[in-house]
Design a protein around this ligand. Structure first.
Ligand code: SD4
Length: 325
């Protein structure tokens, strides 16, 4: 068969695999009959409010990158959230340092790590992606870049809740890099628009009372977040060290590339994580993933992980299944 005919055949085959939906919607950004179901997923119950915003942005602008950026900005601004944004819990020196990443399905990505005083690290990550030739900026350089770009930079001050928690922690100053098996963690968001474009974002104040300088999985492309337009997207939450060790989000996307369903791919990543980490009883980690067929999955090491799913007309919280019961 000529290579052109092979190409045409492959294209038709691929198209029938990845374009199963005809989505007819009304409303600004979704005004036409399209091939893909828009879908937004994000980690934990704070994902509900974030999804709400992301959906609104997607509907009005049609821009999935702005949707995943502005969605998680809601969580970064939420003063009651102690794991994302400047109000989050500090490191063991009493300093809040933030990590964030954003990625498009075409491989474009930007991340920031160990950054202080920046109100919206996710917007700074987007600036790194769009305004620099680099992927990651860290620490003081990242903060200076935020100032240069006119982003909001605040005086360094712990939120009252964070200060209280820090004082309590200091009484023992026990250094235990353990993630509680609880709700309200980092936010990771992945989304697809009506044209099949994908994007993802992830933002966190990281592990509470971590060593100064410690960076988790969230700003590491492939660990806390990975997006590939040809396949799908995945993001992670939980103990960053355990997720980095297995390159969790990349692993899930690569498994989906080989034909695994998102759910099975998340389960396999958790299985791998359990195999590669000691003291698993003290480690919580969870993943969410979607493919271009609009299928999605989630899985965690321990129970308690949940995620928010926004489809057309519905934004709901779903409990993830877990390896241990
Ligand atoms: C980290 N995965 O820094 C992130 C944060 C997290 O509770 O999920 N923290 O390890």
């Amino acid at each position: 068969m000529s290579s052109r005919r092979e190409f045409v055949k492959k294209t038709i085959l691929t198209s029938s695999l990845i374009l199963p939906f005809k989505f007819s919607a009304s409303g600004n950004g979704f005004d036409k009959t399209t091939d893909f179901q828009p879908l937004i997923l994000s980690t934990w119950n704070h994902g509900l409010a974030a999804n709400e915003k992301a959906w609104e942005v997607l509907e009005s602008s049609g821009d999935i990158v702005s949707a995943v950026e502005q969605g998680v900005m809601v969580t970064e601004s939420d003063l009651s959230n102690l794991t994302v944004g400047l109000q989050g819990l500090p490191d063991r020196e009493g300093i809040v340092t933030l990590d964030a990443a954003i990625m498009r399905g075409d491989g474009g990505c930007g991340t920031v790590s160990f950054v202080r005083q920046v109100m919206h690290p996710i917007s700074l990550a987007r600036k790194v992606m769009e305004e620099t030739p680099h992927v990651m900026l860290s620490g003081e350089g990242a903060r200076q870049f935020a100032i240069e770009q006119g982003l909001e930079v605040l005086p360094e001050k712990l939120s009252p809740e964070a200060e209280k928690a820090y004082k309590e922690w200091k009484q023992k100053s026990e250094y235990k890099p353990i993630i509680n098996i609880e709700n309200h963690d980092t936010i990771g968001m992945i989304g697809m628009d009506t044209s099949g474009k994908l994007a993802g974002s992830c933002t966190t104040s990281g592990l509470a009372f971590k060593m100064h300088g410690r960076v988790g999985d969230s700003p590491i492309i492939g660990a806390g977040l990975f997006v590939d337009e040809e396949v799908g997207a995945a993001t992670a939450t939980g103990l960053g060290e355990s997720i980095i060790r297995i390159c969790g989000s990349f692993l899930i996307v690569e498994l989906m590339r080989q034909g695994w369903e998102p759910q099975k791919a998340c389960e396999e990543a958790v299985k791998r994580l359990i195999a590669k980490n000691k003291n698993i009883e003290d480690i919580q980690a969870g993943f969410i993933a979607m493919n271009k067929d609009g299928e999605y999955g989630a899985y965690s090491v321990h129970p308690g992980f949940n995620f928010a799913r926004h489809t057309k007309g519905e934004n709901i919280l779903i409990d993830s299944k877990s390896k241990f019961k």
